[in-house]
Design a protein around this ligand. Structure first.
Ligand code: NAI
Length: 548
């Protein structure tokens, strides 16, 4: 290859391209003189231009498209941008903007990213995986887009989720991007709108039977073991039933996890740990009443019980502290409509379909909204729990924003400032009687990238629930006491990389202690994690060596 051809290849490779930052020596060596502006800009100046251009966009979707376009040309500058101000950029590359980006995915599509594996490729999955240019893949985030966020079956449009989720591994916890592979398993869609959209990018077929789908996933999971033996498979945004079943199917045998089940439960657990800390109690001193007994509620209840068992309770004692209330009322032992995984939470109680009556009879210290229905924590609900608790804990987790069971303002006002509150979405601070109260957001991105970093660094062979509990405890421990006093249950997003490094170090220690690591144990766990952290700096050496 001529020097000039190599230089052009560097310009066109987003992993190597330095845009306006090539030095004179690099331009000479790569034959790029005259092909790029005759300046050598600093990282700060480049970032200044990105911010200027972003400021000219009028919507977050336009900013999302701009940033993805930047990623297509200059990966380093993309991550430098994200990591320069995570609190500002994470909501653009991920939730909530990603929801709109997915809905319009086929329309805003510019360039291929990740892999599209169709069920029609059954029998050849291994060969298809070998087409991926990187040979050492450590994480595949995979979806069949059966349930994207709260938006339902989005088919190929759901590809935005694994792409965005893996960007968070890098931006939040420093997992190097070359090891990450977003994957869409195309098993069709039942979304009529997309089936009739000429710009839809997926297979135009209805979804197959569960057996057919699972046999395709089996082939995929087994092929990954052969083609990428150090890879962890992260399942994301499958329907609730598939999420639970596929996790059960593979977790004992392969390195897999499901963020909707385990990561979500982990981050809510963080909030509960800190709520207990504010009150001066332990998790096992509290009593929990869930509004909603679906996949989020059950995943969370199970992880919460495991954490209470770690505090010394038996599993039955832990379960006896958790009550649930769903669309048909309080779960209690005379109900005949419950599925197996709900039964441990159906206790001897009088039947009731009235949530306020359920609070009066079970006397919870914490209510947790995972019902999908906005406004269900009414004034009467908040007043009732406030009457029986000095500091009631109110977690209104349903999202998007208008689905939250109550707003922070309502929780603080109706409880006369007593409530400890967190939501599933971001709300601004609330001023109540001279105090500034900080509603936290139970966002998974504090947990899964850190767990991912620990798995990456230790080459863990399995992912366990205990790893998510340890991550939850580590994140909880990093909220400074002055912020806890203002009711904040989660760390500030501005310092997320450092929070996740510390969290990853705690999880990594557990991985070594559990005998699941596939590398030698280091003396200093934090330094070990830091040594694996990606830094968004241009790879000058590669440009030099290829030019030599
Ligand atoms: P799901 O559909 O599996 O379960 C919903 C549950 O709510 C069911 O048990 C249903 O019977 C119950 N329910 C529905 N309407 C009700 C009503 N009017 N009164 C009482 N119960 C009612 O949904 P899933 O996956 O469990 O998610 C629930 C919500 O939690 C969603 O809005 C989701 O966005 C949110 N969520 C928030 C997370 C976070 O903050 N990080 C994480 C995961 C879920």
């Amino acid at each position: 290859m001529t020097t000039n051809a190599r230089g052009i290849a560097v310009l066109q490779d987003p992993k190597l391209n330095k845009s306006t930052a090539f030095t004179e020596a690099e331009k000479q060596a790569l034959g790029l003189v005259g092909l790029v502006p005759d300046v050598t800009e600093s990282a700060d100046l480049q970032l200044q231009r990105v911010n200027l251009q972003l400021a000219q966009k009028s919507t977050d979707l336009e900013r999302y498209i701009y940033l993805i376009n930047l990623l297509d040309h200059d990966e380093t500058l993309f991550y430098r941008t994200l990591m320069s101000d995570p609190a500002r950029f994470l909501p653009i590359v991920y939730d909530p903007t990603i929801g709109e980006a997915c809905l319009k995915f086929g329309h805003i599509y510019r360039q291929a990213r990740g892999m599209y594996l169709s069920i029609t490729r059954r029998g050849t999955v291994k060969d298809v995986l070998k087409n991926w240019p990187e040979k050492d893949v450590r994480f595949i985030c995979v979806t069949d887009a059966g349930r994207i966020l709260g938006l339902g079956d989005l088919g190929a449009n759901g590809m935005g989720i694994p792409i965005g989720k893996l960007q968070l591994y890098t931006a939040c916890a420093g997992v190097p991007p070359q090891y990450l592979l977003p994957m869409y398993l195309d098993a069709g869609t039942n979304n009529e709108q997309y089936l009739h959209d000429p710009l839809y990018l997926g297979m135009r077929k209805a979804r197959p039977s569960t057996d057919e789908l699972y046999s395709f996933v089996d082939e995929f999971v087994e092929a990954v073991q052969e083609v990428f033996p150090k890879c962890c498979i992260h399942f994301e945004d499958w329907t609730g039933v598939d999420a639970v079943h596929l996790l059960q199917r593979y977790r004992g045998k392969y390195c897999v996890y499901n963020d909707d089940v385990q990561g979500t439960a982990g981050i809510v657990l963080t909030g509960m740990i800190n709520a207990a800390k504010i009150k001066g109690t332990k998790l096992s001193d509290e009593k929990y009443l869930f509004l909603g007994a679906g996949s989020a509620g059950i995943g969370l209840a199970n992880l919460l019980c495991s954490a209470m068992v770690q505090e010394g309770l038996s599993l039955t004692q832990a379960q006896s502290r958790v009550y649930m209330f769903d669309i048909n009322g309080l779960l209690e032992d005379s109900r005949t409509d419950l599925v197996d995984f709900q039964k441990p939470y159906a206790h001897k109680n009088a039947p009731t379909r009235d949530f306020v009556a359920a609070i009066e009879s079970t006397k919870p210290t914490t209510i947790i909204g995972v019902s999908t229905v906005g406004g269900t924590f009414t004034q009467k609900v908040i007043e009732t729990i406030s009457n029986i608790n000095e500091r009631p804990v109110v977690l209104a987790l349903s999202n998007p924003t208008d689905h939250a069971e109550c707003t922070p303002e309502q929780a603080y006002t109706w409880s006369k400032g007593k409530a400890i509150y967190a939501a599933g979405v971001q709300f601004p601070p609330v001023h109540y009687e001279g105090q500034t109260l900080l509603p936290g957001q139970a966002n998974n991105f504090y947990i899964f990238p850190a767990v991912g970093m620990a798995i990456f660094a230790t080459q863990a062979s399995r992912v366990t629930d205990e790893m998510f509990i340890e991550a939850a405890r580590a994140v909880a421990d990093q909220v400074p006491s002055e912020l806890l006093k203002q009711g904040l249950l989660y760390p500030l997003q501005s310092n997320i990389l450092e929070t996740e490094i510390q969290t990853a170090a705690r999880v990594a220690k557990l991985v070594f202690d559990s005998g699941l690591a596939r590398v030698a144990r280091p003396a200093d766990m934090v330094a070990f994690i830091r040594s694996h952290v990606y830094s968004p700096e241009y790879k000058i050496e590669s440009a030099r060596s290829t030019a030599a």
